[in-house]
Design a protein around this ligand. Sequence first.
Ligand code: NCD
Length: 360
Amino acid sequence: MDGSVEQTRQTYQGWDEFYNKNVDEKLAFFEVNGRLFDIIFAQQFDRPFMDYLCKIADMIRLLAQTKMGQEKLRHLLPHKRAMLYFVQPSTRTFLSFQNACYILGLSVSESRGTSTSSEVKGESSEDTIRTFASYVDLIICRHSEAGFAEKTAWVLNQTERPVPILNGGSGPDQHPTQALLDIYTLERSFQDIGGLDGKKIAMVGDLKRGRTVRSLSYLMKNYNDMTLYFVSPDIFRMKDDIKDFLKKHNIAYYETEDFESVMPLVDAIYMTRIQKEYSDDPSSEADTYPGFHFKKKHLSIIQPHCTIMHPLPRRYEIEVEVDKDPRAAYWRQERNGMWIRAALIAYVFGVEQEVSKEFL
Ligand code: NCD
């Protein structure tokens, strides 16, 4: 016996009704005075916001190159405190958010599991989050449940202490800040060839349960003339909600199981891991799908400028021999996460113009 008791079954009135609304109807609930307050869905970001945030991230990264610049950055938010509530495993999202906070001078507390909090006494996660809001000014959370970040933001926005919630991954549903860093990486990779507009991107692997490719697909609405190639085993095809969204926004997409046929066509290849942790019956699922791996031999058939990405962690999806090729962008991509997350936190607290002021 570990002494833990079953979580309370009390629920917050009105949540189901809110959750089932169209995203478009919900967006205003997560904004204050025309600015984003909580970061919950990728659909919240429009083109001006994306361009703005990428510029701020570039400036933060430049400032951080000198001791004086780092000191300026650290003086932006030393009066603010953040809580990292990460109850689903994470390496990069956790560390990049934590270090983004350090860059801007915020103090950080963390909880990386439910076993040491009052959740073992049967407290609901919503009450636990509300407690964090009593002590900190920003909550960044990752949870295995779809809609979790949205629910906590919805709960807090009805209290006297609504602090911003940043969604660091909500089950197999969304990972909006990963989509920000992916766009930032794509824009940087294509800066000498006209940026992201008009490019062709292959998304490969577990598209059904991969929240990164789902959030990234939503962001395609902000770019002109995009083409997506969804490359996956039949059982992991992209879900209809995303395909319907793409149709509505006139974004071209193709679906195929033939990875090699797509390789020479695209400007970027976005690899993903099989998300076995969401399987109802993991023993019936293959561990890996070699036809959907990027191998060293493929380097000769992709375009000279093609960017190879992966949100990481990697298992077998990309051969390690590929890492040395200059087109392998995934190690840069994970570092970009720290810069864009610092830009996002600066924006959420309204101090991003203090950054741009340094470049006038
Ligand atoms: C991804 C995630 O957690 O969704 N990782 C990350 O945040 N960089 C991808 C994955 O776990 O496969």
